[in-house]
Design a protein around this ligand. Structure first.
Ligand SMILES: C[S@@+](CC[C@H](N)C(=O)[O-])C[C@H]1O[C@@H](n2cnc3c(N)ncnc32)[C@H](O)[C@@H]1O
Length: 311
């Protein structure tokens, strides 16, 4: 299958990273290498590209081979960003980029099991070594657990109806494919919900987040990234749904203003020092032209912060 992915908010991202000669940058979500390529073109710098998907790594390696040893591709989860970079003998970097979620290549490849429009195995693992698939979640989690992940990770209002239908159906035959599940969800929701977005959209998002522990990885990845940054180094994060964006916003705010002393204390006694300065007071979003050219960019939000010199 042809690898196709249009990088989102490309020039905004590269400008915010302040790419410079001699700099070292981590593209923690390498994907098709679109952002990495632009970083490498911008200055005589180095890029460490990280991805947990073998197919993405293979494609990006081929695409960026002309940059020689300025580009290194590594397999790994960005929750271990520090460990992976330290293993290269590098103890600090000038910038980190996280362009979250899955690429168009992953979404459009039915074999990966992310699509509710095309049939494929109910998989959804970005890392094929991950032992848990979406089928495992759907066929083994209790009804209560399914309701909870559909509510929490999918913000799905019909979570109880959908979980009930899944549990009833799997008693007869476990789910194995994406369309089996999508069709069951369509049957489970009221008719009016079938007229708006695809009724399976939110449940598929929830399952993907659960299978890949996306929010847990993000929390750990952000902590690791900040520790890895040099003073003055920047972190840029592009999110695609409100759960991710909220997490990044809160993390940046906590790092900018970490004091936990009661408000009426005249001076800070908790000793927590700020480590970041937020660069984007409001998130940057794609303009209408970008959204028109690339529909998948419509929900993107970019936030950036800089590591403080004394942090
Ligand atoms: C939106 S795509 C990135 C696209 C890329 N910026 C480009 O221009 O082609 C996200 C990529 O990050 C990878 N990914 C998502 N979460 C990850 C994680 N926790 N650790 C490593 N890679 C991750 C996915 O496998 C996917 O290839």
């Amino acid at each position: 299958m042809e690898f196709s992915h249009v990088p989102v908010l490309l020039y905004e991202t590269i400008d915010l990273l302040k790419i410079k000669d001699g700099g070292i940058y981590v593209d923690a979500t390498l994907g098709g290498g679109g952002h990495s390529e632009e970083i490498l073109k911008r200055a005589n710098c180095r890029v460490i590209g990280l991805d947990q998907d073998d197919d993405a790594l293979a494609y990006a390696l081929k695409r960026l081979t002309s940059f020689g040893d300025r580009f290194i591709a590594l397999k790994g989860n960005f929750r271990q960003i520090r460990k992976v970079v330290y293993q290269l003998g590098i103890d600090a970097v000038d910038g980190v980029l996280m362009d979250l979620g899955v690429s168009s290549f992953q979404l459009d490849n039915p074999e990966k099991g992310f699509s509710y429009n095309q049939d494929g195995p109910l998989d959804m693992r970005m890392d094929s070594k991950n032992p848990k698939t979406a089928a495992d979640v759907v066929n083994t989690y209790s009804e209560k657990e399914l309701i909870s992940i559909f509510y929490e990770y999918g913000e799905e209002r019909y979570a109880p109806q959908i979980a009930r239908a899944i549990v009833k159906r799997r008693e007869k035959k476990p789910f194995t494919t994406t369309l089996e599940l999508a069709e069951e969800i369509i049957r489970a929701v009221p008719a009016k919900a079938r007229r708006e977005k695809h009724p399976a959209k939110r449940v598929f998002q929830a399952l993907r987040i659960e299978v890949n522990d996306e929010l847990g990885s993000l929390e750990e990845g952000l902590v690791g990234a900040v520790e890895l940054l040099k003073p003055g180094g920047r972190i840029v994060v592009i999110t695609f749904h409100s759960l991710e964006d909220r997490l990044v916003k809160k993390f940046f705010r906590r790092e900018e203003n970490p004091c936990v002393c009661p408000k009426d204390f005249p001076v800070c006694v908790c000793g927590k020092k700020p480590r970041l300065k937020i660069i984007t007071k409001k998130p940057i979003i794609p303009g209408p032209q970008e959204v028109e050219k690339n529909r998948r960019s419509h929900s993107a939000k970019l936030r950036a912060a800089e590591k403080l010199s004394f942090a």
